[in-house]
Ligand binder design. Structure first.
Ligand code: SF4
Ligand code: SF4
Length: 154
């Protein structure tokens, strides 16, 4: 049996579904609404979360049926992770795709699902739901502070 953990000896495409899912640290950063400038393509994150996001649990409330509930929720795959430039720098999928290791606070290393929150990386308790906005355009009033996205995980 190899002593090397799966995320260091397998590519993303070689991982089992369970291994793949365990890479998600539950930071919630990818569940924030992002605004795209029609002219420049520039993407700006907001503090507004998807309507299915539970701000305190920092989790999707219907992960299994998310595609039906939120059609524009992008399903992350080994094939598209490299094309999603807006994915947070700290995201394990992005980091492994870029040849980096997991960050020190990742639950797979700490054995503690709370370590992502303790490290201050997650958005737990810091978002507002898009369901509370009067109009979708109001998300522009809640642009995310820089620290929300600029997290390398190092
Ligand atoms: S940004 Fe990555 S690690 Fe964080 S919740 Fe999304 S998929 Fe999981
Ligand atoms: S549907 Fe769920 S996983 Fe997708 S963005 Fe919304 S809260 Fe996140």
């Amino acid at each position: 049996m190899s002593e090397i953990p799966f995320w260091r000896r397998k590519t993303l495409a070689q991982m089992t579904p369970a291994e793949w899912e365990s890479l998600c640290d539950g930071c919630g950063l990818c569940c924030l609404i992002r605004l795209e400038d029609e002219d420049t393509g520039e993407i700006t994150p907001t503090r507004v979360s998807c309507r299915l996001f539970d701000a305190e649990a920092c989790r999707c409330t219907d992960y299994a049926a998310r595609a039906q509930q939120v059609p524009d929720c992008i399903k992350l795959t080994p094939g598209n992770v490299g094309r999603l430039a807006w994915m947070p720098l700290s995201c394990a999928y992005r980091r492994l795709h870029e040849g980096k290791d997991l960050p020190y606070w990742h639950p797979l290393l700490t054995g503690d699902a709370q370590s992502v929150h303790a490290a201050g990386v997650s958005v737990r308790g810091q978002t507002i739901s898009e369901a509370t906005l009067a109009e979708p355009e109001d998300a522009a009033d809640y642009l995310a502070p820089e620290w929300l996205e600029d997290r390398s995980g190092d």
